[in-house]
Design a protein around this ligand. Structure first.
Ligand code: HMG
Ligand code: MG
Length: 300
């Protein structure tokens, strides 16, 4: 297996990062974050989600954020849409790429989107159909691919079967979410091998939360398996409201440092990215969750 020479990083910080903040964040601060990320060279930014504001209040202003960001050609600005209501709101806001999100564990599916895995796939079918009609790309997420906070172990065959469904129904990419960060490199490689029986590796992405400090090792393992798209959050923002104790995604700065060291192209400028992470960390009054950013800032 050849290690990819270029990698696409999807910064999910404005969505996965901020969705977990309990304090209200001003639309202008969210917009600044997205604009800082595109200025740093990110070519795919997950801006927000069109979900129930009762479930995730922080994402309620996503349409306003979409209206105010500077959209650059060649950059995909995407949003989560769990059902038709979400898709309609996203289309109304001019969104050109959306994502549906399923889980590999029944218990997490119920807690996160209030339905079974099979029901979620049924709900996604009209979303994909309508999105395709509107020429809007659809990405598919699977949560709990390497462990579930409610059920524990999750068999790889269960993940592979959900991945196959999402791919067959038209998701152009399937992002494998280690929601609680319990995965390790050997489990990651076994997972990719199992899923790749149904979904080509070029259409897989890795989404690693760094709760147990394994995310960079898992990304390296995924690169060895030929995966070339990774989700990350600037400054390591975030967590998941339906996975107690789950910390943020792996920090984009840390992934970029790893990829730069391996000579893998991303088109992202590390210094500008560090600036973006420093600014949002200050807004949130949080310590910067990226070790690379902390080192770069200390050396300035
Ligand atoms: P439900 O209660 O079963 O939905 O929620 P419902 O269809 O019965 O509707 C109930 C109410 O919600 C109604 O309002 C609907 O209008 C409203 P009411 O009549 O009571 O006033 N509603 C909506 N409002 C706005 N936008 C919508 C929408 N749909 C219904 N799209 C639902 C089902 C999926 C909506 C709910 O469970 C929900 O919003 N869940 C949010 C889940 C979420 O955002 N989780 C975090 C993102 S996923 C994640 O972080 C994992 C990931 O990062 C990968 C990983 O790390 O694993 C992607
Ligand atoms: Mg996540």
């Amino acid at each position: 297996m050849n290690i990819p020479q270029t990698v696409r990083l999807v910064d999910v910080g404005p969505r996965d990062g901020l969705q977990n903040e309990s304090r209200p964040i001003a639309v202008t601060d969210k917009v600044q974050l997205v604009d800082d990320l595109s200025a740093a060279g990110l070519r795919h930014i997950e801006v927000g989600s069109f979900v129930s504001p009762k479930w995730v209040p922080q994402m309620a202003g996503s349409a306003e954020v979409f209206a105010a960001i500077k959209q650059h050609p060649g950059v995909s600005y995407s949003a989560l849409t769990p059902n038709m209501k979400g898709l309609e709101a996203a289309l109304e806001a001019g969104v050109r790429e959306v994502a549906v999100f399923a889980a590999a564990s029944e218990a997490f599916s119920q807690r996160n989107i209030n339905c079974s895995i099979a029901e979620s796939i049924e709900r996604f079918a009209p979303v994909l159909e309508a999105a395709q009609k509107a020429d809007v790309k659809v990405r598919g997420y699977i949560s709990c691919v390497l462990g579930c906070p409610y059920q524990g172990d999750v068999p790889v065959d269960q993940v592979a079967s959900v991945a196959r469904e999402l791919h067959t129904m038209g998701c152009y990419e399937v992002s494998l979410g280690d929601t609680i960060g319990t995965g390790t490199p050997s489990a990651t490689r076994a997972l990719i091998e199992a899923v790749a029986r149904y979904v080509p590796r070029e259409q897989l992405a890795g989404h690693f939360h760094d709760t147990y400090g394994q995310a960079l090792a898992n990304i390296y393992a995924s690169l060895l398996e030929g995966v070339s798209v990774f989700d990350s959050s600037v400054a390591g923002l975030g967590g998941c409201p339906y996975a107690k104790g789950a910390t943020g995604n792996v920090a984009t700065e840390d992934v970029l440092y790893l990829l730069n060291g391996m000579g893998i192209e991303t088109g992202i400028d590390l210094d500008l990215l560090v600036d973006a992470g420093a600014r949002i960390s200050q807004v949130l009054g949080r310590e910067n969750g990226s070790r690379v950013a902390r080192a770069v800032l200390a050396a300035r």
